[in-house]
Write a protein that binds this ligand. Structure first.
Ligand code: AMP
Length: 121
């Protein structure tokens, strides 16, 4: 899938749409999810134009990958869920119901999150 420069997260990265920034570095931006599914629900995104995890895994540089992994961990510490625990989820493609075609990791915590997702059918 070609990258859509007009997706919501691309607009957030360009400063065209506001967000509640939690953390930022050269390669990543982390912000609060607008429709939180847990007391802590943060989205971690790379600043580069990657549609999803598979695109990132194939095309991102080592520096970008390293920064992305570290940002997820840092966000957990910054939001106080590093010790209590949290879940990291990324939706990829139609069956996952990925809504925004820019790679993002959901970081969820602040309460027991429950069992891992159960697929129907
Ligand atoms: P996904 O279904 O994995 O693509 O998740 C997209 C996520 O982006 C959802 O959890 C939305 O609540 C969230 N979202 C959509 N628009 C915004 C926005 N403007 N600011 C913050 N989060 C957003």
């Amino acid at each position: 899938m070609a990258y859509d420069k007009n997706n919501i997260f691309a607009k957030i990265l360009r400063g065209e749409i506001p967000c509640e920034v939690i953390d930022e570095d050269e390669y990543t931006l982390s912000f609060a999810d607008i429709n939180p599914q847990a007391p802590v629900h943060i989205l971690v995104i790379p600043k580069g134009a990657y549609t999803d995890w598979s695109d990132f895994a194939v095309h991102a540089s080592g520096e970008e990958m390293s920064a992305f992994f570290k940002a997820i961990s840092r966000v957990a510490e910054l939001t106080g869920i590093g010790k209590t625990g949290y879940r990291v989820i990324s939706n990829i493609g139609p069956d996952s119901h990925q809504e925004v075609p820019h790679l993002h990791m959901h970081v969820l915590g602040g309460t027991p999150i429950g069992p891992l997702v159960v697929a129907k059918g």
